[in-house]
Design a protein around this ligand. Structure first.
Ligand SMILES: CCCCCC/C=C\CC(=O)SCCNC(=O)CCNC(=O)[C@H](O)C(C)(C)COP(=O)(O)OP(=O)(O)OC[C@H]1O[C@@H](n2cnc3c(N)ncnc32)[C@H](O)[C@@H]1OP(=O)(O)O
Length: 290
């Protein structure tokens, strides 16, 4: 097989694997974990890229996943795709946030790299020139919720949970997350939600405006996402992107300028014995549920 033919075959194979994951036909999780941690599929007709976290069943973030996600976000920007739908290949979870095993008894240098990579992804997503929508195909907790919040529009499946639960784990919410939350829901609801570490059902999230729409299933969520991105089809990209960035300037500046301070604070919260205890308690409780 010559190299062009091989490339074409590989592309087709990747596309089929991706479609299979998108439809949540994950029969064999160990084969899923052998795949890339991020899958990107581009619709040639619309120019929209669908980027999926590919770490079933929880789609929780490790350093490697975040590094790959950061590269995918660069690719969507540099290849000039017309918009991005963010989702996951897990059947019931968009993302359970940072991998708690990364936070438990961590090696400080890796923990710093994890948080830095997470903030990098948030900056790229929050300030992207292309339009973004989160097709929240299940639970979105902690860092998973914030990533969805960095998109411009959120469509969620019924019977799922979403929220920034950090205070429950002993991690203070950084100032930037306060402003980002207030950009979406009322200041009053934001203060209650972030101080309590509230996790909302789909219906509650819709009621307070944390999500914009509810979809019947994943297929419907992807169709609704395309509809949202299509709104911007005729709007010149540069004018749209710069206008979006003006609305988001405070959060972008805080994330960019406070990066080192945020990383230091995060490391100190995570290393705190009380937080360590709460990570272990969560993991033990989940084990004991079975
Ligand atoms: C610019 C700055 C902005 C700041 C934004 C904040 C940034 C990051 C902070 C974080 O992300 S901290 C982590 C937050 N996540 C959590 O607290 C865990 C969330 N998980 C859940 O609430 C639930 O698991 C779920 C997603 C609602 C699913 O519930 P379900 O009942 O279906 O499943 P469980 O029985 O709870 O779990 C199954 C299995 O998965 C393991 N697990 C779940 N979440 C994580 C995780 N985040 N990391 C590692 N492992 C996780 C859980 O322990 C079970 O494992 P086993 O017992 O089967 O081995």
């Amino acid at each position: 097989m010559n190299s062009t033919c091989l490339q074409k075959t590989t592309r087709i194979l990747n596309k089929n694997v991706f479609k299979c994951f998108l439809n949540s036909h994950i029969r064999n999780q160990s084969s899923a974990t052998n795949q890339s941690l991020i899958l990107t599929d581009v619709n040639d007709k619309t120019g929209f890229a669908t980027v999926a976290f590919n770490r079933p069943p929880m789609s929780n973030f490790t350093l490697e996943l975040l590094q790959d996600f950061s590269k995918s976000l660069d690719e969507v920007e540099s290849k000039n795709y017309k918009g991005m739908i963010l989702t996951s290949t897990s059947p019931t979870v968009f993302s359970a946030g940072l991998d708690l095993k990364e936070l438990l008894n961590p090696e400080p240098a890796r923990l710093k790299a994890l948080r830095t990579a997470y903030i990098d992804c948030c900056i790229k997503l929050y300030s992207s020139m292309y339009p973004t929508v989160a097709a929240i195909n299940g639970h979105a907790i902690g860092g998973g919720c914030f990533i969805a919040m960095a998109c411009e529009y959120r469509i969620m499946l019924p019977n799922s949970k979403i929220g920034l639960n950090e205070t429950q784990l002993g991690i203070a919410i950084p100032e930037v997350a306060v402003h980002a939350t207030r950009n979406i829901i009322s200041s009053r609801d934001a203060e209650m939600a972030l101080t309590l570490g509230s996790v909302f059902t789909t219906d509650e999230a819709l009621k307070i405006g944390l999500i914009d729409e509810v979809a019947e299933n994943k297929e419907d969520a992807l169709a609704k996402s395309e509809k949202f991105l299509s709104l911007f089809k005729k709007i010149p990209k540069r004018a749209r992107g710069i206008t979006k960035q003006f609305f988001r300037k405070k959060v972008i500046d805080l994330m960019t300028n406070n990066r080192e301070k945020d990383v230091e604070a995060f490391v100190s919260y995570v290393m705190n014995p009380a937080s360590q205890k709460s990570f272990q308690a969560f993991l033990d409780e989940a084990k004991n549920k079975k």
